[in-house]
Design a binder for this molecule. Structure first.
Ligand SMILES: Nc1ncnc2c1ncn2[C@@H]1O[C@H](COP(=O)(O)OP(=O)(O)OP(=O)(O)O)[C@@H](O)[C@H]1O
Ligand SMILES: [Mg+2]
Length: 527
């Protein structure tokens, strides 16, 4: 088995992500994709341009493994299409399709390419801890986003905080007088961090802050004044080392075995990563409502948040930090699902269980058995909409690499279906942000679980063992829930909803209002 990492270049990863988006969101739904020998041809129907890409292997499920060369047809010849030419062509097609320009788009794609170039030049050695190494391994990032690595600001400002460079840093501790602390949840949850000094003066509490966010907020007059007058004190770097995880803004403190989910006023993929006041409160409300233990799996709890209550909402949200329970008490070794599915990583290939086709088949069966039932059960029986995309799920494996447990995370993406829960005790804005209409919730569950997650994991297994019948096995785990009409529709092969990241970026709509496009359903059995 090949255990050298496939070579990743910024040009190639940027071109692949753009083409993946085109196939999924534009050319696929409009039936403008067709095979041509060992290649794939796609037409931009409005721009009248025909493109051609290589395939790293024949398709084994609904997701393609696009590979260079990327080419554009000119008369009878094929000429190379660079990543920036592809970005221009995508922009042209979308402007014609929507009737609206987007002057930011090419800058965002360019930023993402520049960020990836900087990351590739600054990578350190991987962490010894396999869990941390997996969190820091998503170098190319989301495979179906036009600007997966775009991160405003010059790389010098953020490379030292980037998970992909395998960085570690020390958050700052701010000392905030008791009367200016806003917090909810378990009052003791922050106490564990206090041991990592420097201790706050009497009558003050510790507020952890991300140094990048502190510099982004440093111009705000209310904060400047509070620091200048000593009302709030910056105690400097803490004693606790932090490891940025795959979401960039959430960091893991290995010694304390706790996560800090910080706000970061930076757009990362579709959202500016700010903990809005109603999300801070909403996380606490959801944390209380989720069933424990969590349906044969774990949901990492978020026991408390804390922030600074001065007369500036931007600061209140920008300094709001949510604590999340750590991973040490999980069974086996937790690994980020996204790292197992990443085609540029050798994590999956290195698991002993993957050495033979039989082992890989048993691995996939165990994987689906741990991931799918809790998600389906949560939605169908409890009205809980998880967001089990590749970045929100940890798979715990035994010494052979076999999945033994799944842990879900991220309360911000978790919702409740309207009508199933009584949220009358919550402020209306908090309740609204926590609630999805049932069909909207089901779309999100199906997209995250099947399109974003299991399809990609299956593709990574198929990279190693292309002849396995993975989807027949997966069907059994869904068929167990076929008393529910939505599941029967999945098994009947209705197209799946795929979140349209390219169209959403083009339209500049909020993530919550993202559009979906229909894509092939791998659970369908051939007629
Ligand atoms: N396949 C994927 N699907 C979704 N997000 C992905 C994927 N691969 C990488 N990512 C990255 O993971 C992050 C997902 O964002 P999300 O809102 O779930 O996390 P968060 O709320 O910022 O943090 P956390 O998960 O720590 O609570 C983004 O930074 C996105 O670029
Ligand atoms: Mg997340």
């Amino acid at each position: 088995m090949l255990l050298t990492e496939p070579v990743l270049t910024a040009d190639d990863a940027t071109a692949t992500a753009l083409l993946n988006c085109l196939v999924r969101e534009v050319c696929g739904p409009e039936q403008q994709v067709w095979p041509d020998g060992g290649r794939l041809v796609l037409r931009l129907p409005r721009a009248g341009v025909v493109l051609r890409t290589g395939l790293a292997r024949p398709p084994a499920g609904p997701t393609y493994r696009l590979a260079a060369p990327y080419e554009e047809q000119r008369e009878d010849a094929w000429i190379p299409a660079s990543w920036d030419r592809l970005a221009d062509l995508v922009a042209g097609e979308l402007e014609l399709a929507t009737g609206r320009p987007n002057p930011e788009f090419l800058t965002q794609v360019g930023d993402s390419h520049g960020a990836l170039t900087a990351i590739l030049g600054a990578r350190g050695e991987p962490a010894e801890d396999p869990y941390i190494a997996s969190e820091q391994s998503l170098v190319a990032g989301h495979r179906f986003h036009p600007s997966p690595k775009s991160r405003q600001g010059a790389p010098d400002e953020w490379l030292r905080y980037a998970p992909e460079t395998r960085s570690r840093f020390r958050p700052h501790w701010l000392a905030v007088p008791d009367e200016l602390v806003a917090e909810e949840g378990d009052p003791n949850a922050f106490t564990a961090l206090q041991g990592y000094g420097p201790p706050p003066p009497a009558g003050h509490k510790t507020l952890p802050v991300h140094p990048w966010q502190l510099s982004l907020l440093s111009h705000r007059p209310v904060l400047r004044r509070a620091l200048a007058e000593g009302v709030v004190r910056d105690l400097g770097p803490s004693g606790a080392e932090a490891v940025p995880t795959s979401s960039v803004r959430t960091v893991y403190l290995p010694e304390a075995d706790v996560f800090c989910k910080f706000s970061l006023d930076v757009r990362i993929t579709n959202c500016v990563r700010k903990n809005a006041w109603y999300e801070l409160s909403g996380a606490m409300a959801l944390n209380r409502l989720l069933p424990r233990p969590f349906l044969d799996a774990t949901f990492l709890s978020e026991p408390a948040y804390r922030t600074l209550a001065l007369a500036d909402l931007h600061l209140y949200e920008g300094l709001g930090v949510i604590l999340r329970e750590g991973v040490r008490s999980l069974p086996g070794t937790p690994l980020l699902a996204g790292a197992l599915a990443d085609p540029y990583s050798t994590l999956l290939a290195g698991l002993p269980a993957m050495a033979t086709p039989e082992g890989a088949h048993a691995w996939w069966n165990a994987y689906v058995a741990h991931v799918a039932p809790p998600v389906l059960h949560a939605f169908l029986d409890h009205g809980i909409v998880l967001e089990p995309h590749l970045q929100n799920v940890l798979i715990c494996v035994d010494a052979d690499g076999m999945p033994v447990h799944a842990a879900f995370r991220d309360l911000e993406g978790t919702k409740l279906t309207a009508g199933r829960w009584d949220l009358a005790h919550l402020p209306p804005r908090v309740a609204e942000a926590l609630t999805y209409a049932p069909d909207q919730g089901w779309n999100r569950v199906v997209y995250c679980l099947l399109v974003n997650h299991l399809t990609e994991t299956a593709a990574a297994v198929a990279d190693l063992h292309p002849s396995l019948e993975l989807w027949r096995t997966a069907r059994d785990h869904f068929a167990a829930h076929d008393a529910h009409p939505q599941v029967r529709a999945l098994l009947a092969g209705v197209p799946l909803p795929a979140k349209a990241n390219l169209r959403t970026r083009w339209a500049r709509t909020a993530d919550r209002a993202a559009s979906y496009v229909p894509v092939p359903n791998p659970l369908a059995t051939p007629r």
